[in-house]
Every structure is written in C-alpha cells, then in structure tokens.
Design a protein around this ligand. Structure first.
Ligand code: GZL
Length: 317
C-alpha cells in the first residue's frame, strides 16, 4: 500500500463513525398532554423523527418530574444515541444530566429550559419566553390606552421556565403604566380545567365587574377561563379582555368569535431544529449554539382567525 493510501486509511479511521439518521435511536421524555399545544408538539416530534428514519422511544411523564428522571435513566441504560426532553420544571436535573454526560449521550431541551450548567445539554430549542410575556403585556397596555385596568393572571406550571419567564416579561411591559394593576395571580397548571376553576375563584373574589383583563400563560387556561366568564353572565373578550400564548386552533376560533382578543404563536415544531442539530453533531461533531430560538408572532382580531383555525385544526392539536 503506498504512503498516500496509508495516510488516507489512518485519517478515515479517526473520523467519528457517522451514524446515518436511519440508524439513530433517540429517547424523548415528554411532559404529558396537559394542553393542545403539548399534544401538537408530540405529534410533530413523531413525524419529524419518522421523516428522518429515526427510531424514537417515547415516554409520557404525566407532568411528573420523577417520571422524566426515570425515563432518562432508562434511555441511558438502553444506550440511546441521544435524548430529547421537555423539562416540566426548571430545577432538579443536574444529577441525571451528569449521568447522560458520563454516558456520552447528548441531550437537547425542547420548549423549556433548566437551571443547570449548559455543558450538561447540547442545545435548547425554545421561544423567547420573556419576550412572549412582554408582547402580551404591551398588547394590553396599548389596548386599554391609559384607562385603569385591574388584571388577573393565570400562571403556567409552578417552577416551569415558561411560567417564570412569561410572568416576568408581562410585568416588564406593565412597569411604568400605573393604570394597569395585577390584582390576582395563580397557577392554572397550563390546563383548561384548572384555568376554569381558578378563573371562577378570581370572579368570586374580585367580582366580575371589577376585572378588566385576563392574562393567561397559555391558551388552554384562557379557554377554560372563557367558560367561567360566560357562566358568570359576562362577555369574554368584551367585559373582560383576554390575552394568552400558544396560538392553538381554539384560541383563533375564540378570537374569530369575539370571545378572546390576542394570542402569541408558539411553534409546536421544536423537534425539527433539534433533530437537525443532533444529526449534525452525531455525524461530525458540529456544535450547535446553546440556544436555538423559535419565532413568536402576535395574532389579534385584525387577523383572519377563522381561516387560521381551519388550517391549524388538522395539525395534531
Ligand atoms: C412553552 C411550553 C408550554 C406551552 C403550554 O414553551 O412549555 O407548555 O405554552 C404547555 O401550552 O403546557
């Protein structure tokens, strides 16, 4: 064998064995199915993996962190090529992420972040959650145009990065506008049922006539609250202005019907960018940025919400 082919053979021997996507096995620890958006994210993730010929091992945690930690340990024991996780809360992940790192299994965060050193995960694919809250708050500031407005807030899951960041973002927008006051703020855990129950409590405590607006950290809680507002004999979207986040089909339908006023879109396709980054990393060690940001778009009554509802309702929500 001549020197050139010997050199080539030795270089090729060093190159990481690029596992084509079709041979990849990836574990996905999903929070649960607490909202229409979450269900859509699950549908889209499975489609994105199928498109790439990836063997996806799916684990539904029923919104419990201990089930996610168990799922990650199972994926590690199975020796998967990579892990996707939507972390239900921001804290308590260091130990199991260390175990994944020890096992040389890259982890990608989807739609939520964790309070852990960023060398414990390859990248996070999320929207700018603070910005979403700020867009919602600024919409309300503009909508009330200086008039006094007593606001109630339905927070997402306690301790989750969207609940923390969307609250902070909203408060940033309201700062300096003394005419707007958040008079009640409580978690509805991102679900319709809890959104309705907590809104009923707000209405009872404050009196519906004393509530000017609702800010919900996701559309599902807003849709639950709309039911409570109607049952209290009030007009949602008119007597009580409603702004939320996700832009699920039912939010567009509520806006089209005048029962809600604004929503901020969150793409359910976090897996596409995540799997692209993982494939590149596994193929040749390409390092993605630590944060892959997805777009946020405000929708109001000015948009053709009926058409958007028709288009989105078949997308797995
Ligand atoms: C936000 C995501 C949130 C959605 C909710 O990135 O984690 O979780 O806004 C879902 O619908 O429950």
């Amino acid at each position: 064998m001549n020197i050139k082919s010997t050199l080539l053979a030795s270089v090729l021997a060093l190159a990481p064995l690029a596992a084509p996507a079709a041979d990849l096995t990836i574990g996905f620890s999903q929070i649960g199915s607490e909202s229409g958006w979450r269900a859509a994210e699950t549908t889209v993730t499975k489609l994105e993996a199928e498109k790439r010929g990836i063997n996806l091992k799916f684990a539904d945690a029923q919104q419990k962190q201990e089930n996610q930690i168990k799922a990650l340990r199972s994926f590690i024991a199975q020796g998967v090529d990579a892990i996707l996780i939507a972390p239900v809360v921001a804290t308590g992940w260091d130990e199991v992420l260390e175990e994944a790192k020890e096992a040389k299994i890259p982890v990608v965060l989807l739609d939520r972040t964790v309070d852990a050193p960023d060398d414990l995960y390859l990248t996070a694919v999320t929207s700018d959650l603070v910005h979403e809250g700020t867009v919602a708050g600024q919409w309300l500031v503009d909508e009330v145009a200086g008039a006094d407005c007593r606001v109630v807030e339905l927070q997402g899951t306690t301790g989750s990065s969207p609940a923390i960041d969307r609250k902070n973002g909203f408060e940033k927008a309201l700062a300096g506008n003394a005419n707007l006051e958040i008079v009640r703020s409580q978690t509805g855990d991102f679900t319709r049922s809890q959104g309705k129950v907590v809104m009923e409590a707000f209405l009872k405590a404050e009196g519906g006539e004393n509530i000017c607006a609702l800010y919900a950290h996701n559309d599902d809680m807003a849709v639950g609250a709309i039911q409570a507002i109607k049952e209290a004999g009030l007009k949602p979207g008119v007597d009580i202005k409603i702004v939320a986040i996700d832009a699920v089909p039912d939010a567009h339908l509520a806006i089209a019907n005048g029962e809600m006023n604004a929503t901020i879109e969150l793409t359910p396709n976090m897996a596409g960018p995540a799997l692209d980054a993982l494939e590149a990393f596994l193929a040749d060690g390409t390092m993605p940025p630590k944060w892959i940001q997805t777009e946020s778009k405000l929708f109001t009554a000015a948009d053709d919400n009926q058409s958007i509802y028709e288009m989105k309702k078949g997308l797995g929500y």
